[in-house]
Design a protein around this ligand. Structure first.
Ligand SMILES: Nc1ncnc2c1ncn2[C@@H]1O[C@H](COP(=O)(O)OP(=O)(O)OP(=O)(O)O)[C@@H](O)[C@H]1O
Length: 911
C-alpha cells in the first residue's frame, strides 16, 4: 500500500474533524429525542386537557426526529467572520435545530434566516462567510466534502480529492452550468415512486423562492423538472418555521392522489408533519364526479360564471309578489283572537332595506322576516297593552315591584313575536318573495330553464355559450366537477357559507386550474398568501392562460409577483431538445428550460411500426429496457387517454403484470395520471393520439415526453406530430422548427409483411398469398378473408385479440397472424390456432358461427392445426355450449373473465 500524499493527509484530517462535529450533533439529537420521549410519557400540564395537548406536541416533535430516517442530519458547515481581527465562528447547518445540554446551538436548521443568507452568498460576494463547506454524509458518516466558498486558503478538496469531489472542485460554484457532483449523484438516483427532499442540493435560485417573504401570491413559472414542486414543499417548511404558523394553517393542492403520494415523504423529512394535502378534484366534494368536456367545460368554468351566479341568485327574489299579499293598503295576519298588520309602504321599505343589505340571500330574507315580525308584533302589543291596562285597572295589581309593567310587556312581546314569526301568512309571503333558497335548486333552474338563463346571462355570454350551459331537457342532473365549483360559489351567495380557510395555500400544476377553481381556492386564503406553481406550456385543462397575470386575475389576488425557474433537473438534454418544439408551439411566450443533465447516448429511442404491431413493439421495448436496467429502475408506459388506438390500459397492465418480477416498477398511465410524476424510463405510445384534436393536446404530449430521468422511448404507428420531426404542422408553421431530426435517433420501422430487424423474412398478408395458403383456394380465401376482415371491425374483438397476443407473447410464444389467422403458435407439442370472436361470441349461435369460421380459416390457410381454439369475450351464455362445440367441431373454447382467462381447457391452450 502506498503512503498517503500530503493532500490525502489533509483531506482525511478535514473529514475526521467534520466527523467529530457530526457525531456530536447526533449525540445531542439523541439526547433531545430521549428527553422528548420522556415528556410524551409524562407531559405535565395544569389539567387533563393541558396534559393531552402537551403530550400531542411532544409526540409530534418525537415523530419529527424519527422522520429523519436515513437522511443526514447535517449537510453543511459555515464559518463566518466573528470580528475584524479575522477570527471565525463555525456553524453546522442541517435538517433540524439541535442544541446541547447548555442549550448552545449545535445544528442550525436550514430554514433559519442566517442559514438562508449564508447559502445565498457567492464566492464573488461572500459577505461574512469565510467558508461554506458542503458535507456529503451517508446518515451519520461523513464520506466527502466540497468547499463552495473558501476565503482563507485554497480549498482542501483540490488536493487528494475523491472521484465524487473531483468535478465539483474544478467547477466554480457561481457558474450557472456548474453541476456539482453531489447534485449530479442525487439527480441520477433511481426514482422509486417517492420524491426526495432537495435540501442538501437546493440551488440558489430555488432557495430565493423558498424564502421569498413578500406578501401576496408568489407565482412560479418553470418548465418540466425545474423543481417547482420541490420549491413549493420546501417553502411550506420555511413558512412554518419562520412565520410561526401551525401545520394545519397550510394546504397543499396537487393534481391527483398519486402525485400526493409521490411527494408525501418530503415534508415529514423536512420536519413538517400534519400539513394538509389534497387532490384538486376532492376540494369540491367527491373526486368521483365526472368532468364536463369541450366548450361546455370551458364556459362553465369561465370567470364570468361568478357574475352569472350572482345574478341568478339576485333574480330569485320576486319583490313584485308583495302586492299579492296586501289588502286595503296593509299586510295583515290574524288568529287566536289576535290580529296585526303592517302598512304597505312600511312593508315595501323593509323589503328594500333588506335587499340592499350586503349579505347572502338567506340573510336578506331573514332580515326582512325580522323587521316584518317586529312591525307586526309592535301593533299587537300596543293594542293588547291598552287592554291589559284597562283589565289591570279593574282587577288590581298582579305582582309587586317597580318594574312589574315592563316585565309583563316583555312576556307579551316575546309571545307575540313567536306568534307572528310562525304565522302561515308570513311564511307564505316569504316563500312568494324568495321562492328558492337552496343552491342546488337555483343551479338546476339556471341550467334547465332557457328564459332564466337568458335573463341572467344577457350581456355576459353569447347565445352559443348559453346553449352550452343548458342541460338537455329531462336529463337527470348529476353534478359535474365544474358544477360543484359553482355550487360552492352559490353556497356563499345563498347561505353565506365559506369553506375552511388557511393562512397559506400551495397550488401545484396550477396551469390546469380553471378560473373558477382558482377563484374558489383563493377564497380559502383571505390573506392572499399563496404559492402558485405551474408551467403554461404543460397546460392540459379546458383553459389556457397566456400569462400568469391572467391567472392572478382569476385569483382576484391583490398582491402577486412572478418568478421563473429556467434550469431543468429531471429530463436529460437530448429528450428536452426533442420535446422543446412542442412547448414552443403550445405556449410561444414561455421559455423552455435548459437541462442541466448531460446527453445519454441512448436517452431517446423512436420506433415506428404498424398499428397491429404496436403492442408487440411495446412489449419488445419493455423487455429491452428491463434487460438494460435490471430490477431497480421505474418504467412508465404512457398511453393515450382514448385507448381506442389498439388496446386499453388494462391489457397493457396485465401484460406487464404477467411478466412478474419487474411488474412493480412498470406502470401504465395516461397523461392526467402522470402529471407531476417522474420515472427512470418512459415509453410514450402513439403521440399523435395523445395530441388528438384537443386544443390542449400538445400540452398533454409535452407532459408525457418530459417525465423521465434516464430515457424516453416513443412507439408510434401514426406519423409523429410535425413539431417532433421539424416539419410544418397543420396547426400552422412552427414558431421554431425542431432541431431534432429522426436520423439522430434509433428508429426501427416494422410493418406487417416487412421483415423486422433480425427476423427471417416472411411474406405478408395482402400480397395475394398468406403464409402457406394451398393453391386453388385463392378465390375462396379472399372471400373468407373479407368475412374475417368484416368481423375484425369489432372494437371488442380487437381488444380481445390484443389481450390474447399479450398473453401469448408473455408466455414466450411468437404467434403468427395475418389477414385470416388471428394467432398461430407453433411448438413441440403441435400447432395451435386461435380464432377470436366479438360481441356475440359468448352466445351459442356466436360460438357455432365462430367454430365454422375457424374451420374455414384452418382449411384455406392450410394449417393442420393440432388444436383449434375459440376465444370468447366472456363466459358462454348457455350451459353445455363448450362441450357441444368440442364434441361437434373438435374445437376448444376459452374466454375472458375480468383480467384472467378461463375455460376448462385454458391450461392446455395457453401454456
Ligand atoms: N436542487 C435540486 N437538487 C436535487 N434534485 C433536484 C433539485 N431541483 C430539482 N430536483 C429534482 O428534479 C426533479 C423534478 O423536480 P420537480 O418535480 O419539483 O419539478 P417540477 O418543476 O415540479 O416538474 P413538473 O413541471 O414536471 O411537475 C425531482 O426529482 C427533484 O427532486
Amino acid at each position: 500500500m502506498s503512503a498517503p500524499t500530503q493532500g490525502e493527509h489533509s483531506r482525511e484530517a478535514v473529514i475526521a474533524e467534520e466527523q467529530e462535529a457530526v457525531d456530536h450533533a447526533y449525540s445531542c439529537l439523541e439526547r433531545m429525542r430521549a428527553a422528548t420521549a420522556k415528556m410524551v410519557l409524562d407531559p405535565g400540564g395544569a389539567n387533563a386537557k393541558d396534559s393531552a395537548e402537551l403530550r400531542r406536541e411532544h409526540q409530534e416533535r418525537l415523530e419529527a426526529y424519527d422522520d429523519l430516517a436515513d437522511k443526514p442530519l447535517v449537510f453543511m458547515r459555515v464559518d463566518v467572520s466573528a470580528d475584524d481581527a479575522g477570527a471565525a465562528e463555525s456553524f453546522y447547518v442541517g435538517r433540524r435545530n439541535v442544541v446541547d445540554e447548555e442549550r448552545e446551538r449545535v445544528v442550525i436548521s436550514w430554514t433559519s434566516e442566517a442559514a438562508v443568507r449564508w447559502r445565498q452568498a457567492r464566492q464573488s460576494d461572500p459577505g461574512d462567510v469565510r467558508l461554506r463547506r458542503v458535507l456529503h454524509c451517508e446518515r451519520q458518516h461523513v464520506r466527502g466534502f466540497h468547499d463552495e466558498i473558501h476565503r482563507a486558503r485554497p480549498s482542501v478538496s483540490l488536493a487528494g480529492r475523491s472521484s465524487l469531489d473531483a468535478s465539483a472542485s474544478s467547477v466554480p460554484a457561481d457558474t450557472p452550468e456548474a453541476l456539482d457532483p453531489f447534485l449530479a449523484r442525487e439527480l441520477d438516483l433511481a426514482r422509486d415512486g417517492r420524491m426526495r427532499d432537495i435540501v442538501e442540493t437546493i440551488q440558489r435560485e430555488q432557495l430565493d423562492l423558498v424564502a421569498d417573504d413578500r406578501p401576496g401570491a408568489l407565482m412560479v413559472q418553470g418548465g418540466p423538472g425545474t423543481g417547482k414542486t420541490a420549491v413549493g414543499l420546501h417553502r411550506v417548511t420555511w413558512l412554518l418555521d419562520n412565520r410561526g404558523w401551525r401545520a394545519q394553517d397550510v394546504l397543499v393542492v396537487g393534481p391527483h392522489q398519486d402525485f400526493l403520494d409521490f411527494v408525501s415523504t418530503v415534508l415529514p423529512s423536512l420536519g413538517s408533519r400534519g400539513v394538509r394535502t389534497m387532490e384538486l378534484s376532492r376540494i369540491w366534494g367527491t373526486g368521483a364526479a365526472p368532468h364536463d368536456t369541450g366548450p361546455r367545460a370551458r364556459v362553465k368554468s369561465d370567470l364570468r360564471m361568478a357574475e352569472l351566479l350572482r345574478r341568478a341568485v339576485e333574480d330569485v327574489v320576486r319583490p313584485e309578489r308583495l302586492e299579492d299579499f296586501v289588502e286595503y293598503g296593509a299586510f295583515t295576519i290574524s288568529g287566536g283572537g289576535m290580529s296585526a298588520g303592517v302598512e304597505q309602504a312600511d312593508l315595501q321599505r323593509s323589503l328594500e332595506v333588506a335587499l340592499a343589505r350586503p349579505g347572502s340571500l338567506r340573510y336578506q330574507r331573514d332580515e326582512f322576516h325580522k323587521s316584518l315580525v317586529t312591525g307586526l308584533s309592535a301593533r299587537v302589543i300596543r293594542s293588547l297593552s291598552k287592554q291589559e291596562r284597562e283589565d289591570r285597572g279593574k282587577e288590581g295589581p298582579h305582582c309587586e315591584g317597580p318594574d312589574r309593567g315592563l316585565r309583563e310587556e316583555t312576556v307579551v312581546d316575546s309571545r307575540l313575536r313567536a306568534w307572528a314569526e310562525r304565522h302561515p301568512r308570513v311564511d307564505a309571503l316569504l316563500k312568494a318573495l324568495w321562492p328558492l333558497t337552496d343552491e342546488e335548486r337555483i343551479l338546476r333552474r339556471l341550467f334547465g330553464d332557457r328564459a332564466v338563463l337568458a335573463k341572467a346571462a344577457r350581456d355576459l355570454f353569447s347565445e352559443e355559450e348559453q346553449r352550452h350551459l343548458l342541460n338537455k331537457p329531462r336529463t337527470k342532473v348529476v353534478w359535474s366537477q365544474e358544477d360543484r365549483v359553482c355550487l360552492e360559489e352559490l353556497r356563499f351567495l345563498v347561505r353565506g357559507e365559506r369553506p375552511r380557510r388557511y393562512r397559506h395555500i400551495v397550488l401545484d400544476e396550477a396551469q390546469d386550474l380553471t378560473p373558477m377553481q382558482a377563484r374558489s381556492l383563493a377564497q380559502r386564503c383571505p390573506d392572499g398568501s399563496m404559492t402558485v406553481l405551474g408551467d403554461l406550456a404543460q397546460a392540459t385543462g379546458p383553459h389556457k392562460y397566456a400569462t400568469w397575470g391572467d391567472f392572478a386575475r382569476s385569483l382576484g389576488a391583490g398582491q402577486w409577483h412572478t418568478a421563473e425557474l429556467l434550469v431543468g433537473y429531471r429530463v436529460p438534454r437530448q429528450i428536452m431538445e426533442f420535446a422543446a418544439p412542442i412547448a414552443r408551439r403550445h405556449a410561444p411566450g414561455v421559455e423552455v428550460p435548459r437541462s442541466i443533465r448531460a446527453h445519454g447516448a441512448d436517452a431517446l429511442t423512436l420506433r415506428h411500426t404498424a398499428p397491429e404491431l404496436l403492442l408487440e413493439e411495446l412489449e419488445r421495448r419493455l423487455w429491452e429496457l428491463e434487460a438494460v436496467t435490471g430490477d431497480q429502475r421505474s418504467i412508465a408506459v404512457i398511453i393515450p387517454e382514448d385507448a381506442g388506438i389498439f388496446v386499453g390500459a388494462e391489457e397493457v397492465a396485465e401484460a406487464v403484470a404477467a411478466r412478474g418480477r419487474n411488474a412493480r416498477l412498470v406502470r401504465v398511465l395516461n397523461v392526467p395520471e402522470v402529471n407531476g410524476l417522474e420515472f427512470d424510463h418512459v415509453v410514450v405510445v402513439e403521440p399523435a393520439a395523445i395530441v388528438g384534436d384537443d386544443q390542449n393536446g400538445l400540452g398533454s404530449l409535452y407532459v408525457a415526453l418530459t417525465r423521465s430521468t434516464q430515457s424516453l422511448s416513443v412507439i408510434h404507428a401514426r406519423p409523429l406530430p410535425a413539431e417532433l420531426v421539424g416539419g410544418e404542422s397543420e396547426r400552422g408553421p412552427s414558431a421554431e422548427t425542431s432541431r431534432a431530426s429522426t436520423a439522430e435517433f434509433s428508429e426501427v420501422v416494422a410493418r406487417p409483411g416487412e421483415p423486422e430487424r433480425g427476423e427471417p423474412e416472411r411474406r405478408g398478408a395482402g400480397e395475394g398469398e398468406g403464409f402457406g395458403a394451398p393453391s386453388g383456394l385463392d378465390g375462396l380465401r379472399s372471400l373468407i378473408e373479407r368475412g374475417v376482415e368484416h368481423e375484425r371491425g369489432s372494437e371488442l374483438r380487437q381488444r380481445l385479440w390484443c389481450a390474447l397476443m399479450l398473453e401469448l407473447h408473455g408466455r414466450g410464444h411468437a404467434p403468427e397472424h395475418d389477414g385470416l389467422v388471428d394467432a398461430l403458435c407453433t411448438g413441440p407439442d403441435g400447432d395451435r390456432l386461435f380464432h377470436v370472436l366479438g360481441e356475440d361470441g359468448h352466445t351459442y349461435e356466436g360460438m357455432r358461427q365462430g367454430a365454422l369460421r375457424a374451420k374455414e380459416v384452418a382449411h384455406v390457410h392450410g394449417t393442420e392445426a393440432d388444436t383449434v381454439c375459440l376465444v370468447l369475450p366472456k363466459a358462454p351464455e348457455q350451459a353445455g355450449a363448450v362441450e357441444a362445440v368440442r364434441e361437434m367441431f373438435g374445437i376448444l373454447v376459452i374466454w375472458r373473465a375480468g383480467r384472467r382467462w378461463a375455460g376448462p381447457d385454458v391450461f392446455r391452450v395457453l401454456h
